[in-house]
Unconditional design. Structure first.
Length: 94
């Protein structure tokens, strides 16, 4: 998997580690292989999880409003993250 296929605000699921099957939102990309992930509950925006790109499954859903905020440098809240995941993570959107 290449980082070219992943964008800010995109949903991913963890496929390896203790957090297997957890849904996260991408808030950062480092060194073209490490993703900064949040879910608004266990992993908040103040302390994102660092995960190797090989250990996630990329979903088609993108939180466009949050992606625009992230790219423009605006702050997002954990509540916005939770709401975006709840709305976007549905079987018909995967």
């Amino acid at each position: 998997m290449s980082v070219v296929n992943i964008s800010m605000g995109q949903l991913v699921t963890s496929v390896a580690g203790r957090d297997q099957m957890q849904v996260y939102l991408v808030v950062g990309i480092k060194n073209n292989k490490i993703l900064s992930l949040v879910n608004g509950r266990e992993r908040k925006i103040a302390n994102p999880k660092q995960k190797n790109i090989r250990h996630v499954n990329v979903l088609k859903s993108i939180a466009k409003g949050l992606a625009e905020k992230l790219q423009s440098g605006m702050k997002i809240t954990d509540e916005e993250i939770r709401q975006a995941i709840q709305v976007l993570y549905k079987p018909d959107n995967l």
